[in-house]
Design a protein around this ligand. Structure first.
Ligand code: ADP
Ligand code: ADP
Ligand code: ZN
Length: 229
């Protein structure tokens, strides 16, 4: 099964993508993480994208589409992909349809995570992550179980994103409403959207996503045709 997690910055896409990756044999593809890795590595893509990301604008479509296509060509797709932060424009959504089709796959479901804009600013202001394994945390909503020690890998170094400040968040929210929100209509017309309440707590959101995915992509889940008589 191939899924898209769609929602504004701070909606909980990365958090839920990680939970899905841990609980099912799905592979998470996060263009945000991939772009940050390119910036850190100082590659040509990183040099092109870094400035744009710091301003909270979208990186050009051709660059992110190429990034996703290259990652898909490396193989290792498990039982399917969880796309986190891609697509973000209609052109990217069309490219995704094409990329999956070329590989004999298709998009099964788009989970739209609904969160109020005010809550997003608070979520992003409190966001931090393990510097080593990338596990995500929040100052109020998800602290490590032992203060200062990552739950997942036991390391003690944490980082905050440079674009997670109020001013840049406003620009990212604007980009979301103008360029990404129209994707909800695009996918509704394909009958693929399941909306979930992203304001609920992390576990409750995960349960709601689990319900939205019931019966999808499970081998043999389709009802057998009734035998006559
Ligand atoms: P968030 O967690 O706020 O949703 P991401 O980590 O997904 O943010 O993305 C961080 C930044 O990387 C974005 O503000 C944008 O500049 C860039 N970016 C990530 N994915 C895309 C994409 N699919 N298209 C264009 N730009 C992207
Ligand atoms: P996105 O990938 O959509 O930008 P994240 O998954 O990084 O969002 O979540 C943003 C911040 O909010 C993180 O610090 C995360 O720990 C926290 N968070 C995620 N989901 C919830 C939730 N349902 N309730 C409260 N905080 C949450
Ligand atoms: Zn860690």
């Amino acid at each position: 099964m191939n899924l898209v997690l769609l929602g504004p910055p701070g909606a909980g896409k990365g958090t839920q993508a990680k939970l899905l990756e841990d609980s099912r044999s799905l592979v998470k593809l996060s263009t945000g993480d991939m772009l940050r890795a390119a910036v850190a590595a100082g590659t040509e893509l990183g040099r092109k994208a870094g400035d744009i990301m710091e301003r909270g604008l979208l990186v050009p479509d051709d660059l992110v589409i190429k990034l996703i296509a290259e990652r898909m060509d490396q193989g290792g797709c498990g039982e399917g992909y969880i796309l986190d932060g891609f697509p973000r424009t209609i052109a990217q959504a069309e490219a995704l349809d094409r990329l999956l089709k070329e590989r004999g796959k298709e998009l099964d479901r788009v989970i739209v995570m609904q969160v109020d804009d005010d809550a997003l600013v608070e979520r992003i202001a409190g966001r931090f992550a393990c510097a080593y394994c990338g596990e995500g945390y929040h100052d109020l909503y998800k602290l490590p179980k032992v203060n200062g020690v990552c739950d997942r890998c036991g390391s003690a170094g944490f980082v905050r994103r440079r674009d997670d400040n109020e001013e840049v968040v406003r620009a990212r929210l604007e980009a979301y409403h103008a360029q990404t929100e129209p994707l909800i209509g695009y996918y509704r017309r394909q009958g693929k959207v399941s909306a979930v309440d992203g304001m609920a707590d992390i576990r409750a959101v995960a349960r709601e996503i689990g319900q939205a995915l019931e019966g999808i992509g499970v081998k043999g889940a389709k009802r057998p045709a009734k035998t006559p008589g």
